[in-house]
Design a protein around this ligand. Structure first.
Ligand SMILES: [Zn+2]
Length: 224
């Protein structure tokens, strides 16, 4: 209960933090489960997950990857006393698209792989080294949907977690609105289906990541 849920941390466009708490009404505590009412729907939330989820990405490091000397992670970084190697724990950056069609519907992609296999996501992916988020966006949409993009416009940045269990990682997710510039969407790579949804038909109970409902909400506000 850290009180970060759902609020805009900076201006708009800005940085959002997962909205688990901000718009939830606490109703029942059942063992380690909370029964909550969110946007008119009943959902269960495990209290166990945050405990196992927030393990630092460097916490399991015992040896320097450069020279093999013993190291001890502390305060989000590792520093090797033998060779001077330093590593900091940071969120992994992603870039994804909110692609609208002529009817104002938004394209979602069904994930082929875990985490969240079979759930609906916004198309995009992780940045490669030295890659600008916009370049990542164009590359990922070519790979996952076979399309070129036009009219890309920054929407917002959202924080979340990616993966299951104690080895999941923190993510910093950059979103752009866009239109299809060339090609017809065909799922490939790690996507099994691409489909446009009207904003009142978004499968909110079947979204891959917690922050996606907030992304769609922010996009809807900017385009209403
Ligand atoms: Zn070293």
């Amino acid at each position: 209960m850290d009180g970060r849920g759902g609020r805009v941390v900076t201006g708009e466009p800005g940085i959002f933090v997962p909205g688990a708490l901000g718009r939830l009404v606490l109703l029942l505590l059942l063992g380690n489960l909370l029964l909550l009412l969110r946007r008119g729907r009943w959902i269960f939330v495990s209290l166990h997950r945050p405990i196992v989820a927030f393990v630092g990405e460097l916490d399991a490091w015992n040896h320097c990857p450069g020279c093999g000397a013993p190291v001890r992670p502390e305060a989000g970084h590792v520093e090797c006393g033998a060779c001077g190697f330093v590593a900091y724990a940071n969120p992994k950056p992603t870039a994804s698209a909110l692609i609208a069609d002529d009817e104002g519907r938004v394209m979602l992609s069904k994930r082929a792989r875990d985490p969240a296999a079979g759930k609906w996501d916004l198309p995009g992916g992780f940045l490669e080294e030295d890659e600008h988020p916009l370049d990542c966006l164009h590359r990922e949409l070519r790979e996952e949907a076979g399309i070129g993009l036009r009219d890309t416009e920054f929407v917002a940045v959202f924080m979340d977690r990616y993966g299951d269990g104690p080895r999941d990682v923190s993510t910093l997710n950059v979103y752009y609105s866009a239109r299809i510039g060339e090609g017809t969407p065909e799922p490939s790579d790690d996507v099994v289906e691409l489909r446009f949804f009207a904003l009142d038909e978004i499968p909110e109970d079947d979204l891959a990541f917690e922050h996606l409902a907030d992304v769609l909400s922010a996009w809807r506000q900017q385009h209403s």
